[in-house]
Design a protein around this ligand. Structure first.
Ligand code: AMP
Length: 488
């Protein structure tokens, strides 16, 4: 897809809140001759955090050069594009939004020219008072050019009465509530910030004397950077000419609420979050799950890739062989062209297929990390039975998902969550399994306790650390829709 924006095409009226559920990854480099190339690699490692759009802004002699487009990092950036993104500093972003209409307009990093200089911002997390701020600013004549919550940070920054961009950023971040892990590039300074509750991760690394900031440590590994440390909740680091300053400008009394679902599902298993290996944590969840919900079985089978590590832990404690009896096609994009003639189980078989030689006549424990709507497991259980499995026992390495995330994980509305509307027994029947066991919330808390951190588990406990401020019904938006040539 091309990065061009064609105006005007269709006026678009959408509810603002449809755009407030972005999953993202961010990356930044300060002081490396190959800043854009390194950012490209960093985003490549963070691709799991967002597959709909990506962008890089590189800074050369105070000038920002930007490329943003819809699609995967490897498809968007080629040698020629990267060669044009010159300079020693860069920030990048990968994004996935739940809104049906994913638009180039909302692709980040966002760039703005302010009277204090140019600035590029890449944001991960959702702001819970973005509606209210947007309404207030629009009431005073502000014109927003995207539907993303992140733009309120840019708008506030542009209006701030503070002098420097650094001060303006802190001023604007003091007004927003919710989750932000962000990287900001001025003409020569990289600023990285985490909200006081520390909902989303952000790590600091070094490479050849340059400073690197990344959503996850797996991105530091890929580029051969050392992992120095993670940013603390509420910490702002300002990196200029190779020197790093740390600031703690926000209210220090706010408790930490790191997203437990990053550990359970979202982060890559080869990352560490707050010093804890994601792989090790998931395996331990599987062990606890096996102790909480034992069952007589012949095989433990993971739903690849999400249930993989927990299934290993389950198999270890259960003393039952682990087999990858469901194979996953890794090349399936989010959308594919359905055949005109319906093929049985086409939707699920495109992504997963069962190995009947392994499953035939067997009592199977099928392990996944979570059930959202239930659609994946309904299809997989049917598929396993058709492949000859005698019994299928479902084990889930997290508690029932009963609430949506307001802080940066893509979850559907409450009503669409199967565990919001149904008991465990009902879910088991709907999915068609022989038994269903979820990890208990106590089991999750006990496993997480070793990290000695504060967590957000709102999607499991319905206990939201920060309320969403909508200020009444969301405003209607009129936006030009982005039309890219060669969209198909
Ligand atoms: P569902 O079929 O709707 O029940 O979705 C369950 C599957 O989605 C599980 O395999 C999960 O690993 C996976 N999953 C959980 N959370 C997310 C998310 N935020 N984005 C994409 N997939 C997810």
């Amino acid at each position: 897809m091309s990065g061009s924006v064609t105006f005007p095409q269709t006026l678009l009226n959408e509810r603002l809140d449809d755009h407030f559920h972005d999953q993202c990854g961010v990356f930044g480099v300060q002081g490396h001759p190959e800043a854009a190339n390194i950012t490209y690699l960093g985003l490549y490692a963070l691709q799991h955090r967002g597959q709909e759009s990506a962008g890089i802004v590189a800074v050369d002699a105070g000038q920002h050069r930007v490329h943003r487009a819809m699609g995967l990092v490897a498809d968007i950036f080629g040698e020629n594009t990267l060669a044009k993104l010159t300079g020693r500093h860069a920030v990048g972003h990968v994004r996935y939004s739940t809104s049906g209409e994913s638009q180039l307009l909302n692709a980040q990093p966002f760039c703005a020219t302010t009277d204090a200089g140019p600035v590029a911002i890449a944001h991960n997390g959702n702001l819970v008072n973005a509606f209210a701020i947007r309404r207030e600013l629009e009431g005073r004549g502000a014109i927003f050019s995207t539907t993303a919550d992140s733009e309120v940070i840019v708008q506030l920054l542009a209006r701030s009465r503070e002098k420097t961009l650094e001060e303006r950023l802190i001023d604007s971040l003091s007004r927003v509530k919710g989750a932000f892990s962000l990287v900001v590039m001025t003409s020569d300074t990289l600023i990285a910030a985490r909200d006081p509750n520390g909902f989303r991760p952000l790590s600091l690394g070094r490479l050849d004397g340059a400073w690197i900031v990344a959503s996850e440590t797996c991105a530091l590994d890929l580029i051969g950077a050392t992992h120095e440390r993670d940013l603390d909740p509420g910490e702002v680091v300002v990196i200029k000419r190779g020197r790093l300053r740390t600031l703690r400008p926000f209210d220090r009394d706010r408790p930490e609420h790191f997203c437990i679902f990053e550990h359970i599902y979202f982060a890559r298993p080869d990352s560490t979050l707050n010093g804890q290996s994601v792989y090790t944590f998931r395996k331990e969840l599987g062990r606890v799950l096996a102790r909480e919900h034992p069952v007589q079985a012949d095989l433990v089978v993971p739903v690849l890739d999400s249930g993989n590590t927990a299934a290993m832990g389950y198999a270890e404690v259960a003393g039952v062989p682990y087999e990858q009896a469901i194979i996953r096609n890794h090349y399936v994009k989010r959308t594919f062209i359905e055949p005109a003639q319906s093929i049985r189980h086409f939707g699920v078989k495109v992504k997963h297929n069962a190995v009947s030689e392994i499953l035939k006549g067997k009592r199977v424990v099928l392990v996944d990390d979570s059930i959202i709507r239930g659609t994946t497991l309904i299809k997989l259980v049917t598929m396993m039975r058709s492949a000859g499995a005698r019994e299928v026992h479902l084990r889930i390495s997290s508690p029932p998902t009963i609430g949506p995330c307001h802080y940066g994980i893509d979850t559907p509305t409450r009503d669409e969550l199967i565990a919001h509307n149904h008991s465990v027994d009902e879910i088991c029947k709907i999915i068609g399994a022989d038994s269903l066991g979820y990890l208990s919330i106590e089991g999750l808390h006990q496993t997480a306790a070793s990290m000695k951190r504060g967590f957000c588990d709102a999607c499991f406990s319905d206990d939201y650390p920060i309320d969403v401020e909508t200020s009444g019904s969301p405003p209607q938006l009129s936006l030009f829709r982005t039309v890219s040539q060669g969209d198909d």
